[in-house]
Ligand binder design. Sequence first.
Ligand code: SF4
Ligand code: SF4
Ligand code: FES
Length: 237
Amino acid sequence: MKPLQVNIWRGAESGAFQTYEVPRQESQTVLDVVTYVQRRLDPSLAYRFACRVGVCGSCAMSVNGVSRWTCRTHVSKVASDDKLEIAPLRNLPVVKDLVTDMAAFFDKWAQARGRFSGSTTRKDEFARVEPESKQRKQVDAAIECIGCGVCYSACEVVTWKPDYLGPAALNRAWTLVNDVRDTANKERLAAVAGDAGCHACHTHMACTERCPKHISPTAGIAGLKRAVLAATLKGEI
Ligand code: SF4
Ligand code: SF4
Ligand code: FES
C-alpha cells in the first residue's frame, strides 16, 4: 500500500496545513494516523483523545471536511487517493492544532438549563421514572449523548449565528423536559424559546446525519418547539 499523504492543521485560528507521510496499516483509524504523526514525526502536534473506543467523544475532529470521532473512523473508509485532511472541529475556537476550546459549547448547555433540578433530598425515596412511559421512551436515544460536539460542529446555523444554542444543548434540554422528576421546566422552556433557541433551527438535519450515537437532535428540537408553543398558549412562559 502507498503511504498516506496527511494534511494536518497546525496553529490556532491562524495557521496552515502541514503535510506528513504516514505508512498504511491494517484496520488503521484516523486517530492512529494522528498518533503516529505526534509520536514519530512531530511531538509538538496537539490533539485530544482518551478512550480510543467511542466512549468519551474527546477525539472528534474534521476529517476531509466532515466531523467525526477519529477513533471510530477507519482510514480505508475516508481516504481518497491516499490523502487525508485533518482539522479541528468547526464552530469552536482553536486552542492549538487539533484541539478546540469546548467552553462555549458547554456554556450553552448551562444557558439551555441543561442541569437537572429535582425536588427530593437524600433522605427521600428514590424518585422513579416509569420505563414504559411515553416521556421516557421518546428520549431513549437522546439521553445517550456524550457531549462530543460533532453535531455542533456540523450545524450551519451555529456557523452564521454563533449565539445559537445548537443541537447538543437543545437535545439535553429536551431530555430534561421529558424527565418527570425535574422541576424547572417552565424556566427551561423559557430559556430555549428565545431568538437563539429552538426556533433558530432550520431543520437541516446535519446534526442528525453526523451524530455517531445515532441521536436525532432535530427531532428533539421539534419537540421543544411544540412544548414551547403549548406552554405559551397556556400562559406558562
Ligand atoms: S448529540 Fe451526538 S453528536 Fe451531538 S454531542 Fe451528543 S453524542 Fe455528540
Ligand atoms: S437540524 Fe437544526 S440543529 Fe441540526 S444541524 Fe440543522 S439547523 Fe443545526
Ligand atoms: S477517543 Fe474516546 S471516543 Fe474517540
